[in-house]
Design a protein around this ligand. Structure first.
Ligand code: PLP
Length: 259
């Protein structure tokens, strides 16, 4: 057996299994890479929302990371829920100079409106984490939090991308799924511009969409794909996973990775 590409997610746990590291590892399995996890926080969570969240100590995060990179090694990293300013700074410190692609999903607030990042951590995300990103994948709520820009249309997405790129990531993937009409995302490095379109799917079971997309991008990059090819493949993967999303509990169910 050949050793598959290895991808590390640095993210929070969703006890309901739909988002966070659970979504990340399922995506990685489905895409044929070996997934590993550095847990930053534990959430008590289900289809109704987040009932509780506890962050791990910085030393626990650093120790998990060292264990993985010192022995196993990584070909790409994805970051998700980082919870607090000290954790954002610690993760940025670990990833500085890592020399492999880093996908930063600047997770702020869940679809149910539960905060997954302290407001006091936003500056660290802007100045310490985003400059390390190969690709940053904010949704429109996260764009508003990070840049103050309220996007209403595709020209707003262009302005948002420029504002996100000003923080230093090589590429910005602005996810316009919260706008009306087709699910349109914009990928740009400031020179090339790729618009990714998928029809809006009539399925409310979309929990874990953002985690899944970012993990699929990291998986593609670990396999050696270019950023546009990795993002194009990830968009296809997440569109299939949303189409297959299923009811769970009494609220919003997860996207499905077995389609
Ligand atoms: N829980 C965790 C641990 C997450 O990382 C995220 C998103 O990144 C969510 C919940 C929110 O998922 P969604 O907004 O898709 O419901």
């Amino acid at each position: 057996m050949q050793t598959p590409p290895r991808v590390l997610t640095v993210a929070g746990s969703d006890s309901g299994g739909g988002a966070g590291i659970q979504a990340d590892l399922k995506t990685m399995l489905a895409l044929g890479v070996h997934g590993m996890s550095v847990l930053t926080a534990v959430t008590a969570q289900n289809s109704q929302g987040v009932q509780g969240a506890w962050e791990l100590p910085v030393e626990a995060v650093e120790a998990q990371y060292r264990s993985v990179v010192d022995d196993i090694g990584v070909q790409a990293v994805k970051t998700g829920m980082l919870a607090s300013a000290p954790l954002v700074s610690a993760v940025a410190g670990l990833l500085a100079g890592i020399g492999v692609p880093v996908v930063v999903d600047p997770v702020g607030v869940s679809k149910h409106g539960d905060p997954l990042l302290a407001a006091s951590a936003l500056d660290s995300v802007r100045t310490e984490l985003l400059p390390l990103a190969t690709v940053a994948t904010p949704n429109l709520d996260e764009v508003a939090q990070l840049t103050g820009i309220e996007v209403r249309d595709e020209s707003g997405m262009r302005r948002a991308a420029d504002a996100v790129l000003a923080f230093g990531p090589r590429w910005a993937l602005i996810k316009g799924g919260h706008l009306d009409g087709d699910a349109v995302d914009l990928l740009t490095d400031g020179a090339a511009e790729h618009w990714l379109r998928a029809p809006r799917l009539d399925n409310r079971h979309t929990h874990g969409t953002g985690c899944t997309l970012a993990s699929a991008v990291a998986s593609g990059l670990a396999k050696g794909l270019s950023v546009p090819d990795a993002v194009g493949g990830a968009k296809e993967y997440v569109t299939g996973a949303i189409a297959a999303g299923f009811a769970l509990g009494t609220g919003i169910g997860p996207v499905d990775h077995g389609w």
